[in-house]
Design a protein around this ligand. Structure first.
Ligand code: ADP
Ligand code: MG
Length: 149
């Protein structure tokens, strides 16, 4: 599941995300990186669906953070969806309590625009990077890697 994937459509990105979700466990941190409209939120929606979240998952651009209840082997856990698009600097994040948030127990963290806080994350964590493909507006390169401690 780690490595580089070519997605030719929204549904292929959903499939990549679903396959990736199988390896996730509470405690994991996933940083998503890529331009606006590249598929970060779609990817997170697919992960949430895999974990049977029954709420509608939307980008928490204005609220910074949404929290959902997921289900894995009949045990509930939190899916914490963070969108840092509007964050200007790390001082703002520290004020918002980002570090404390990452200490929330029994949670998977899904962070859009993680490149803004990469130095605040402590390994291990996963990075999912989306790259647009010039030749086709529906193609994406999706690179999944794990940064080890
Ligand atoms: N291969 C693809 N993978 C993901 N999204 C795609 C793909 N092709 C087209 N899209 C479209 O790109 C948009 C991605 O939006 P979104 O997930 O909100 O991006 P982001 O959160 O990165 O800003 C959606 O409208 C989706 O339908
Ligand atoms: Mg988004």
């Amino acid at each position: 599941m780690l490595g580089s994937h070519l997605s030719k459509s929204e549904s292929e990105t959903i499939q990549i995300a679903t396959d990736f979700a199988r390896i996730l466990l509470p405690g994991d941190v996933v940083g998503l990186i890529g331009p606006l409209g590249s598929g970060k939120t779609l990817f997170i929606q697919a992960i949430c669906k895999y974990f049977k979240v029954d709420e509608i998952v939307t980008s928490p651009t204005f609220t910074i953070m949404n929290q959902y209840t997921g289900n894995l082997a009949n045990k509930e856990f939190n899916l914490i969806h963070i969108d840092l698009y509007r964050i200007k600097n790390r001082e703002e994040l520290v004020e918002l309590g980002f570090n404390e948030l990452l200490g929330t127990p029994n949670s998977i963290f899904l962070i859009e625009w993680a490149d803004k806080v990469i130095d605040l994350l402590s390994p291990p964590y996963y990075i999912v990077e989306f790259k647009n493909v010039e030749e086709n507006e529906n193609h994406r390169i999706v690179i999944i890697s794990r940064v080890e401690s």
